[in-house]
Unconditional design. Structure first.
Length: 178
């Protein structure tokens, strides 16, 4: 059975060209233990989101996209909390903030001591997401888009779905361009 962490690992894999990076490299990039990454890849294989060792654990992009668009919202629903300092997500972060009006409500943030914004707590898919996102802007944008699919309003989800589709299919993403 998939865990929220697996989505984070798969999004990181989607940024790789060619074969899967070594477990140690993925673990370091995501601030995880190699054993967590190994178990995550194993669950992804069982779910057919990774194509298996005979194909060098290549990401099954179409299956991942299908899951992100139709399943992640129900499998890993958003958890909101109290006001806190953290890293902006959903409509409050790039690439969506340039296209959506934030209004007067506080923004959603992943709680993190190095966060630059005060807003309502939005539980990330894994506790280390803020650290990994701050270290990798491309991963950050993918995680923001997945959060928008998980809990966004209709327009926010529509933009996020379009952008995720473009990014995973290797098409230039018009939403991220000013």
């Amino acid at each position: 059975m998939l865990k929220p962490l697996d989505i984070v690992v798969l999004l990181k894999l989607s940024l790789s060209k060619g074969d899967r990076p070594p477990y140690l490299q993925l673990a370091n990039d995501l601030h995880l233990y190699p054993s967590e990454v190994y178990a995550s890849i194993k669950r992804a294989r069982a779910s057919h989101l990774v194509q298996g060792p005979e194909l060098k654990d290549r990401l099954n992009r179409s299956a991942l996209l299908e899951f992100l668009l139709h399943g992640v919202r129900y499998a890993f629903p958003a958890e909101r909390g109290a006001m806190t300092r953290g890293v902006p997500t959903r409509y409050a972060a790039t690439p969506l903030k340039e296209h959506l009006d934030q209004g007067d409500e506080p923004p959603p943030v992943w709680p993190h001591p190095d966060g630059s914004v005060r807003g309502y707590s939005f539980a990330p898919l894994h506790k280390n997401v803020p650290k990994a996102a701050l270290a990798d802007p491309h991963l950050y944008e993918l995680l923001v888009l997945v959060d928008a699919v998980r809990d966004g309003r209709a327009r926010e989800r529509e933009l996020a779905v379009k952008s995720l589709r473009n990014r995973l299919e290797g098409v230039p993403d018009v939403i991220s361009q000013p």
